[in-house]
Design a binder for this molecule. Structure first.
Ligand code: SF4
Length: 481
């Protein structure tokens, strides 16, 4: 199910963030803080599961972390020295409390709580097979297949049962699993979604991004490697490599947009990479202009890089209101067009009479770009040139990012010249895929790309069992219903 809300934002949305801690008094409080720092990865719902040595405690709620997990009556019962948590922006599964993570089940070997960032690209196929064998699903989330595959595995130890489950799934997962035996962190064999490990005294922490370690004062230790499974229990920390070796393909879009600029992803500062992207863009697509204006907030670092490399002054020509909630306005057609203005407003005194270069991170449907270009013209800009800090988004993501189906992606429908005309820009240019890799200090290997860049290139790093590349269910699946 696709849930992009074009009214709220014409962006791709990261689906989820995860955070877990082993061995700290008041573990759930650390998780709440960590989830706060990961709120940009999902604002629709949040949840925490803790284990006190005897019992599991779980609270899941619609809405953001603040407003839920800052309330004493919610936090007090989440006792124990180990806990995991999750923030969610759904792509698969409807928006409902039953899909909010961590998902929890009582298995033969005890409690099992799971928090998942990513998307399983063969979940439908697995789910149908499990249902035929008698499994009863409680949610419509792809994450629940981890529980059923583990529960029905014929292996004997809890860890082997989980590994058996993981070997059956395709796609992207950075996973935290809390059991009575310990806390497990695992990253899929291609490492599509990020997962890092940190330490706070003797406590071990896992998080989607380093910024979540920073907020609790923890030290970054290392990334969980693609295909690595780490188990923490009273005996310490053990690392396993249960999958066949594969060439990693971490998501390139984490650097373009998803991760916070103060995070370190795959060993690189997201802020520095975004500035480099802007500098590359200024070399690839130079333009004569008076000022460089970012579309806030995500276009800011690339605009700084563009300005520094080109010598064109950086100015805040668009001011963003930080008080526009995701649910402030109902998406009715009558007021739909007002949404962009509520969130972004032109700094007219600055813009009037100027040739401007607008920098944004991406164009998805083009609805926001069209309105922002018009906003610049209304404010008196003499020329509006748009530069985009990613290549054209032409393909859907099946790895845990909310993308419209292909037919709704502007770049899948028209070439760059037609897009420029569509958004009424004087010129439009995107960074090239090679330029994007250069900004990260890489040279792209076209035969075996070092990253997942499928939304730009269509080169999907895994089999897409459930869907074809347009996002439609495969015919064979429909026929087998
Ligand atoms: Fe990231 Fe795009 Fe690959 Fe999805 S398709 S994992 S957004 S690079």
């Amino acid at each position: 199910m696709l849930t992009t809300n074009p009214f709220e934002d014409d962006k791709l949305h990261e689906e989820c963030g995860v955070f877990g801690i082993w061995g700290a008094d008041g573990a759930a409080s650390y998780v709440a803080l960590g989830l706060h720092a990961l709120q940009h990865r999902g604002q629709e719902a949040a949840g925490i599961s803790s284990f006190d040595g005897k019992h599991f405690h779980t609270h899941r709620a619609m809405g953001q972390v603040g407003g839920n997990f800052d309330r004493d009556e919610i936090m007090r019962p989440l006792t124990g020295r180990t806990a995991i948590g999750h923030v969610r922006y759904s792509t698969t599964g409807e928006t409902a409390l039953r899909n909010v993570q961590p998902l929890y089940a009582d298995l033969n070997e005890g409690g099992f709580a799971v928090a998942h960032n990513g998307n399983i690209s063969n979940a439908m196929t697995i789910k149908r097979a499990l249902i035929r064998r008698g499994s009863i699903f409680q949610s419509t989330s792809d994450t629940e297949v981890f529980i059923h595959l583990t529960a029905t595995s014929s292996f004997s130890t809890p860890l082997d049962r989980l590994i058996d489950a993981l070997r059956q799934v395709e796609g992207a997962y950075s996973l935290l699993v809390l059991t009575e035996q310990g806390l497990v962190a695992c990253r899929d064999p291609l490492g599509i979604r990020p997962l890092v490990m940190g330490k706070l005294g003797d406590a071990v922490i896992f998080a989607s991004e380093t910024v979540a370690l920073d907020v609790i004062g923890a030290k970054y230790v290392r990334d969980i490697d693609p295909g690595e499974l780490v188990l923490v229990d009273d005996g310490g920390l053990r690392s396993y490599r249960p999958f066949a070796p594969a060439r990693p393909r971490p998501c390139i879009f984490e650097h373009v947009y998803f991760s916070r600029p103060d995070s370190i992803v795959d060993g690189s500062s997201v802020y520095e990479v975004r500035k480099n992207i802007g500098a590359e863009l200024s070399r690839e697509a130079p333009v004569e202009a008076d000022i460089v204006v970012p579309v806030p907030d995500s276009g800011v670092p690339a605009a700084i890089g563009f300005s520094q490399a080109s010598g064109i002054p950086f100015e805040l020509g668009i001011i963003r209101s930080h008080y526009v909630g995701r649910t402030f306005i109902q998406p009715s057609d009558g007021v739909r067009h007002l949404g962009v203005k509520l969130k972004h407003n032109a700094n007219s005194a600055l813009i009037k009479g100027k040739k401007i270069v607008l920098i944004d991170d991406s164009i998805v449907r083009g609805t926001t770009s069209l309105k922002i270009v018009q906003m610049m013209r209304d404010a008196g800009a003499s020329e509006v040139h748009m530069r985009i800090a990613s290549p054209p988004t032409r393909h859907s993501c099946f790895y845990g990012v909310d993308t419209p189906e292909r037919s709704k992606l502007l770049a899948a429908q028209m070439d760059v010249a037609a897009m420029a005309e569509h958004i009424h820009a004087d010129s439009l240019a995107f960074i090239s895929i090679d330029g994007l890799y250069r900004a990260m200090g890489d040279v792209r290997d076209a035969r075996q790309p070092q990253r997942c860049d499928a939304c730009f290139t269509g080169d999907y790093p895994t089999t897409l069992t459930d869907m074809n590349e347009d996002g439609h269910p495969r015919l064979a699946l429909v026929a087998s219903r």
